[in-house]
Design a protein around this ligand. Structure first.
Ligand SMILES: Cc1cc2nc3c(=O)[nH]c(=O)nc-3n(C[C@H](O)[C@H](O)[C@H](O)COP(=O)(O)OP(=O)(O)OC[C@H]3O[C@@H](n4cnc5c(N)ncnc54)[C@H](O)[C@@H]3O)c2cc1C
Length: 468
């Protein structure tokens, strides 16, 4: 058992475990009924079927990916049935759909139904076509006690023009959000912690969208190019009193992104602001060293900044990609391959972050009730206030959870993607993949795993194997 040197609260201590269970049960008790089955609620049958059948899942995801390129309902239906023909034993409802594709009228009907289905699914995750269109949803969330972070969809730009477009969309989003949020009603729980004021306007950005030149083996050109577009955004956020959060992507850009963020934020012109943040991915085996590095920065270069760095702890959205990439190249796999190891590491990092609350703002982002309950419990046992811990969820997946967390008077933020369906496809497919994976909390929850099991502590594989 690890004992935290500073706090004296042992990891896995009975006090921490008991408090985690208590908090987990109280959040679960506040969940609205639909949130107890988020995947079924998501899109009914298709996700359930896809979860149970790997071939079907692959076919449906390839279909979702081509939807934006389809020119007509007929075209859409042909693609759908084409992909489904690759499934050896299609379930009954799909056989009916495939028979519809035999006639032109049937194809048009099938195409329309499929397009409506994908659009419906996308709209659960994507709150509006642009920030202005998203404002009613964002304001409504705020009124119900959930702060938003807006993410402009569009990943990995290929040309300088695309990067310029993304940067100007970010600038416009900051302007729109700053003006609109100033009119929102006061919500003290969402607007301050022991470090001071928490900005209302909050934008998440991706460095790969700010430059087409980010290359893992020659990061300097990409960093210099991205810095040209990031600096004006940082200046604008500082002037507007907004928060700018830099998302993490796949490992090949991780170091370049983190180096760039920490370097720019340490520049004297940004000492007075803006409030800013980075992301730490717990599925990476070297994430404890990354946290060490970030905390050293916060102690050293970061201490002259007016607002502490926010660290958003996540598990990581590119697990399949990292596994495939490493295997293809014969590299050592950089991510944990047992889910419990990732979850246990997430809890270790949560405790280290909360211990460092004087240096950084802590945001724990997860839909896993156990991971969140553990964070709340540890923070309370350590003597922290709930105001000093932000809990984050993704719009569309964590709506009910956000409502429950707000109902328990916890500070919660929802990450809200904004953009059109085409730009959103990569994001949508990633969310679907993640939530039909067998190793997923939402999958287990939807499958009816009992609450006590869902809340049980992750047992790392070395413990299961009887190793110290
Ligand atoms: C507000 C918010 C912001 C986010 N921002 C980012 C971001 O900037 N960058 C980013 O990469 N992700 C981001 N994510 C996504 C996040 O990384 C997770 O993919 C997602 O939240 C699922 O994790 P969970 O804790 O909710 O669910 P859980 O079901 O508890 O965990 C699922 C996760 O566990 C990991 N996993 C699955 N199988 C295994 C296995 N066999 N071995 C080891 N690990 C496994 C994967 O990371 C998977 O996503 C964000 C999530 C939220 C809620």
């Amino acid at each position: 058992m690890t004992i935290d040197a500073h706090t004296g609260v042992p990891a896995g201590s009975s006090a921490l475990e008991a408090e985690t269970q208590r908090v987990g049960h109280s959040i679960a008790g506040a969940l609205p009924p639909a949130a107890r089955h988020p995947i079924q609620a998501l899109d009914g049958k298709a996700m359930q079927l896809a979860s149970a059948d790997q071939e079907l899942k692959a076919a449906l995801f390839r279909f979702v990916d081509v939807v934006p390129a389809c020119r007509s309902m007929d075209d859409l239906a042909r693609h759908l049935t084409g992909f489904l023909h690759e499934v050896k034993h299609p379930p009954a409802p799909l056989s009916v759909a495939m028979r519809m594709a035999d006639s032109r009228a049937g194809r048009a009907a099938l195409g329309a139904a499929a397009a409506a289905g994908v659009r419906h699914m996308a709209h659960r995750f994507i709150v509006g076509e642009d920030p202005r269109a998203a404002l009613p949803v964002l304001r409504d969330a705020w009124k119900r006690g959930v702060a938003p972070s807006v993410d402009l969809l569009g990943e990995a730009t290929v040309t300088p023009r695309e990067a310029d477009d993304y940067a100007s969309r970010c600038a416009e989003a900051l302007t729109t959000l700053t003006a609109a949020t100033a009119q929102w009603p006061t919500r003290p729980r969402l607007e301050g912690d022991s470090h001071g004021v928490i900005p209302r306007a909050n934008l998440s950005v991706k460095i790969s969208a700010l430059t087409p030149l980010l290359r893992p083996h020659a990061p300097e050109r990409g960093q210099a190019d991205a810095a040209e577009r990031l600096r004006p955004l940082l200046r604008q956020a500082r002037e507007a009193g907004a928060h700018l959060h830099i998302d993490s992507e796949s490992l090949d850009t991780r170091d370049a992104v983190l180096d760039l963020a920490l370097r720019l934020l340490a520049e004297p012109e940004f000492a007075a602001g803006p409030s800013a943040g980075i992301v730490l991915q717990a599925y990476l085996r070297d994430s404890p060293q990354m946290l060490h590095r970030v905390l050293n920065w916060a102690r050293d270069a970061g201490k002259s900044r007016a607002q502490p760095l926010t660290v958003r702890l996540v598990k990581g959205a590119y697990w399949d990609h990292e596994m495939v990439q490493a295997r293809q190249h014969g590299w050592e796999v950089p991510v944990f391959d047992a889910k419990a190891d990732c979850d246990a590491n997430f809890e270790d990092l949560t405790r280290r972050l909360i211990d460092a609350n004087g240096l950084v703002r802590v945001a724990v982002a997860s839909h896993n009730l156990r991971s969140l309950a553990h964070a709340v419990a540890y923070n309370r046992l350590r003597g922290g206030t709930d105001a000093d811990l932000e809990l984050q969820v993704l719009k569309g997946l964590g709506d009910g959870l956000a409502e429950a967390l707000a109902g328990c008077e916890l500070r919660v933020r929802a990450y809200c993607p904004v953009g059109d369906l085409v730009a959103g496809m990569a994001y949508l497919v990633r969310r679907l993949l993640e939530n039909t994976a067998n190793d997923s909390f939402l999958h287990d929850q939807a499958a009816g795993v009992p609450l006590d099991d869902l809340l049980s502590a992750p047992t790392p594989s070395h413990v299961l194997a009887g190793r110290p």
